[in-house]
Design a protein around this ligand. Structure first.
Ligand code: MEZ
Length: 559
């Protein structure tokens, strides 16, 4: 659907301020960024994490008493899909050395490294190999690889600053110091990064970065990386098997508390299978499909926190889940594309964010949480009330993509942003000529399972990597550090799991005693509910979910 007349009229205001804004940008006269002390009040008043009544303490499990989003508590306090006494674990349906649960970036990188180290791997995934948030990542992957101009040291400081200085320093150190190697590994496997004619990789700034270190493949970086590593994994036919449409629904532990595999649920046959494995790597990604606070999301349909639920039930503590990442720029019009990511790379390339009057109100490269809070403040009647009304009664602000061609030359938008150009063209909108209407969208689970820098959890033989793990990004992740996270920690998990199985001896008797205990704890806590988790897929036939998604007034929630 092209822009209707009332929006076209409002776009004229954007056009009227554009030339002056472009001239200022050419002279490096940037809109002032918020000072550190100015960020906090905006976050407290307008970031969804701070809305009262949206969190509660979890009453059961290893992190009992921790206050996180209601939607997350709902699934963590739910009961198992299986009746532990009825499951026969004497005859495994599959046997392997390492079971990798999840087939996005982290799981696939883990599988490749385990296989290269001589380990038999089974990847089990809920949907198809590559159906994951990695595939949908757009803007890039950070790595401080420009000797003399950048260093992992600056990368480290940026991550800590973006994460409000509460990140796990060991994890950050591990990620930034492995980043240049991770990038070389991807390139060596054939990832087609955008390059200059002389072969140097193109790089860009992201929000909160002090150096240009965002490497990218146009605006489809995640798809390019995922395609490359998926091909690589599938070429290890002798070492890696993949079973699709089989999500894991419980971890299995042996009688000495070590990980002994998992129970899978076959979505096609409705059967349960026991996979006996000497080690398990959880790489199930995030939780955007919980639609926390009714927010639209950038996430793929399988992002329902399954790995988090089963590892928590098995006894792995969680952290940093009290913060959630809302990507500042999700599509809010056309409605059919609601929630879809519009990469931060647009702002990295110079596109301003503008209110209904065509005025800039925020520096476009603030860290994500600050940028999102400023946009919500601009839209909210309790804030500045300068949002652009959409035909269905929502509000957004403009992302002025046509500026990019004026700054960097005609044709840049089409060349650098082919994914988004094609998407909007389907609706009759040319984003090199007209701005996009955006609003923050639920994007990333900042926290997750506790791991150390070897990707070990507190359960011997149980590893976690990627979005399911917490600590690396503190309370707010910066752009381009999630593709990096999945590759660095995926590779580490694969190597460490191999090391572990080589020295572990024989597995003991497998069981689901922990599930029984968890169910009893839920009952003893008088939690009134009949929820079952992992939820596996969001239920859009449920009016409660539909209502939240389609009709909830975010600004009402905020007030
Ligand atoms: O890391 C991300 O979330 C990312 C690169 C997103 C984007 O804006 O493109």
């Amino acid at each position: 659907m092209p822009y209707p007349e009332q929006l076209k009229k409002l776009i004229e205001k954007v056009v009227s301020t554009r030339s002056a804004r472009v001239e200022r940008k050419k002279k490096n006269e940037e809109f002032p960024a918020l000072k550190l002390e100015e960020r906090d009040p905006v976050l407290r008043n307008f970031h969804p994490d701070f809305i009262e009544g949206t969190r509660r303490e979890i009453k059961v499990g290893p992190s009992k008493g921790y206050s996180i989003s209601n939607e997350m508590v709902d699934i963590l306090e739910a009961k198992s899909r299986v009746s532990p006494d009825l499951v026969d674990l004497t005859q495994p349906d599959y046997e392997t050395d390492v079971l990798v649960i999840g087939a996005g970036g982290a799981g696939t990188a883990a599988a490749i490294l385990a296989a290269e180290n001589g380990t038999k791997v089974l990847i089990a995934t809920k949907l198809r190999h590559g159906d994951a948030n990695t595939m949908m990542a757009e803007g890039g992957i950070q790595a401080a690889d420009k000797v003399g101009k950048d260093s992992p040291y600056y990368h480290y400081l940026d991550i800590l600053g973006g994460g409000h200085f509460v990140n796990d320093p060991e994890l950050v150190y591990t990620m930034v110091s492995n980043a240049p190697d991770a990038l070389r590994w991807l390139e060596g496997l054939g990832t087609n990064f955008s390059k200059f004619e002389d072969g140097r990789m193109k790089t860009m700034h992201g929000g909160g970065t002090c150096r240009k270190r965002m490497h990218y493949a146009a605006d489809i970086t995640g798809a390019e990386i995922m395609k490359t590593i998926r091909d690589e994994a599938r070429n290890h036919t002798d070492m890696i098997d993949v079973i699709e449409f089989c999500p894991a629904v419980e971890i299995v532990l042996d009688d000495s508390g070590r990980c002994a595999g998992a129970i899978l649920y076959n979505l096609e046959t409705s059967e349960y299978h026991y996979v006996r494995a000497k080690a398990v790597i959880i790489a199930t990604g995030g939780s955007g499909r919980l639609h926390i606070q009714g927010f639209m999301t950038t996430n793929h349909y399988g992002a329902t926190a399954d790995g988090l639920v089963i590892a928590y039930r098995a006894g792995v503590p969680i952290s940093f889940l009290h913060t959630v990442q809302y990507h500042p720029t999700g599509v809010v019009f056309p409605e059919q594309a609601e929630g879809i990511l519009i990469t931060e790379k647009f702002r990295g390339a110079g596109a301003n964010v503008l209110n209904v009057h065509g005025e800039q109100f925020v520096y476009e490269r603030e860290p994500r949480d600050v940028e999102a809070a400023c946009i919500i403040r601009e839209c909210s009647p309790k804030g500045r009330g300068n949002g652009v009304p959409t035909p269905t009664g929502k509000f957004g602000v403009w992302l002025d993509s046509p500026m990019i061609d004026m700054l960097k030359g005609e044709g840049t938008v089409k060349k650098e942003f082919p994914g988004k150009s094609i998407l909007f063209r389907r609706f009759g909108i040319d984003i090199s000529k007209e701005p996009m209407l955006i609003h923050p969208t639920l994007h990333y689970q900042n926290g997750g399972l506790d791991i150390n820098n070897r990707c070990e959890t507190n359960i011997p033989g149980l590893y976690a990597a990627g979005e399911v793990a917490g600590g690396i990004h503190g309370e707010n992740r910066l752009m381009g550090n999630s593709l990096l996270d999945v590759i660095v920690f995926g590779r580490i998990a694969g190597e460490r799991a191999t090391e572990y199985i080589n020295g572990m001896g024989e597995l003991g008797k497998p069981g689901l005693e922990h599930v029984k205990r968890y169910n009893e704890e839920v009952e003893a806590a008088n939690i009134e509910q009949d929820r079952i988790a992992p939820m596996l897929l969001p239920d859009y036939s449920n009016p409660e979910v539909r209502e939240k998604q389609l009709t909830k007034d975010y600004f009402g929630t905020l007030s």
